[in-house]
Design a binder for this molecule. Structure first.
Ligand SMILES: NC(=O)C1=CN([C@@H]2O[C@H](COP(=O)(O)OP(=O)(O)OC[C@H]3O[C@@H](n4cnc5c(N)ncnc54)[C@H](O)[C@@H]3O)[C@@H](O)[C@H]2O)C=CC1
Ligand SMILES: CC(C)CC(=O)C(=O)O
Ligand SMILES: [Mg+2]
Length: 357
């Protein structure tokens, strides 16, 4: 089969890690008889530098007519003083909205070989950890009204607004329950209903949706407690469903339970087959251009693309198995290295995975 993939390398380590994912995809293509056509598009700081905006219309058009989108990461110090709407991150939020990518799946999976890389005690982490975070991606405070104003005391002030509609909560809750049905049948909804009205609506709607899934257990946690529970008892979670900002923060925390933010892939899904696949981390400007980045989150995101956008389950599993094999053989990028392991760079890690596909 033939697939057209829009590729946004982005900024910082983005181009390095995306290159490795393409090498692995090409190996899958040659093994299973698929052709992946890549069309590189501009988004983020690199787009701002070349066109004056972080998300050019041409990028949106090409993504919309592609079969899926692969992204590295965007952002960096050099764009830190731009106004919000011109920052690289505005390009990312813009493409998520344009493509209707309301469901962000972030699986935090601990590979057995990485047990030593997890900061949690062996008696807490056990042999494995497998949490699926379902983060709402096109609503909430990242998309609400914001601005600057002068308050009653004549002082400069700023505001951002958290807003969720019933339909926005309902559709993300359904995604979470459907996923839980295929896993361990437990959804934990995380909110801040003791303070926020938007969270009270969130909880009401999730409870209503749960009635359609009597085979799935529903629990609720307040987000501050949830942040703590992830560290003290992560095994209590199966599927977590939460808002855009809480999911952003909690997924970075969960990534560390599995060894590194460089291990956490993500799939951003819409109502249709078009999805955007990217690692959960940022552009890591502190290590950009040094061949130090861990490309595994991006490679595993490419596997999610095969699974969710192209229905190529066997090929997706082949990538995941190749990643597991490389780790079992003791190869590590610096972020997941431990005593007795073999440290390799970003490019070598990609090559090793491709060889084992
Ligand atoms: N999806 C995206 O494009 C995202 C972009 N950002 C942007 O990225 C820029 C940097 O943000 P930070 O807060 O520093 O977060 P970050 O995720 O880029 O980096 C945090 C820490 O993790 C390390 N790290 C991240 N990815 C890694 C990898 N693959 N391998 C090894 N180490 C890795 C970095 O070196 C750094 O020490 C900012 O401009 C931010 O807005 C942040 C998060 C997501
Ligand atoms: C622009 C930000 C919302 C990106 C981010 O931190 C994320 O999606 O994880
Ligand atoms: Mg984030």
């Amino acid at each position: 089969m033939e697939f057209n993939i829009a590729v946004m390398p982005g900024d910082g380590i983005g181009p390095e890690i995306v290159d490795q994912a393409k090498i692995v995809l090409d190996k899958i293509g040659s093994k299973y008889g698929h052709v992946f056509n890549y069309e590189e598009v501009l988004m983020g700081g690199v787009a701002y530098d070349k066109t004056g905006v972080p998300l050019p219309q041409e990028t949106i058009d090409i993504c919309k007519k592609s079969d899926s989108v692969l992204l590295g990461a965007v952002g960096g110090y050099e764009w830190d003083n731009l106004p919000g709407e011109l920052r690289p991150e505005a390009g990312l939020l813009g493409i998520r909205k344009e493509l209707g990518l309301f469901a962000n799946l972030r699986p935090a999976l601990l590979y057995k070989a990485l047990k030593d890389a997890s900061p949690l005690k062996p008696e807490i982490i056990g042999d494995s950890l497998d949490i699926c975070i379902v983060r709402e991606l096109t609503g909430g405070i990242y998309f609400g009204d914001r601005g600057r104003l002068t308050n009653e005391a004549g002082e400069e002030a700023a505001y951002d607004t958290e807003k969720y509609s019933v339909s926005e909560v309902e559709r993300i809750a359904r995604v979470a329950f459907e996923i839980a049905r295929k896993r361990n049948k437990l959804v934990t909804s995380i909110d801040k209903m003791n303070v926020l009205e938007s969270s009270r609506l969130w909880r009401e709607v999730v409870v209503r949706v749960a009635a359609d899934y009597p085979d799935v257990e529903l629990k609720h946690l307040l987000v501050d407690n949830a942040a703590m529970q992830l560290v003290v008892n992560p095994k209590q979670f199966d599927v977590i469903v939460t808002s855009n900002m809480f999911g952003d923060i909690l997924s970075d925390e969960a990534s560390m339970l599995t060894g590194s933010i460089g291990m956490l892939p993500s799939a951003s899904l819409s109502d249709g087959k078009l999805g955007l696949y990217e690692p959960s981390h940022g552009s890591a400007p502190d290590i950009a251009g040094q061949d130090k980045a861990n490309p595994l989150a991006t490679i595993l995101s490419a596997a999610m693309m095969l699974r969710y956008s192209f229905d190529l389950e066997e090929e997706a599993s082949a990538i995941e198995a190749a990643v597991e094999k490389v780790l079992d053989e003791g190869y590590r990028t610096g972020d997941i290295a431990s005593k007795g392991t073999k440290i390799v760079g970003c490019a070598k890690m990609g090559e090793l995975v491709a060889e084992r596909v």
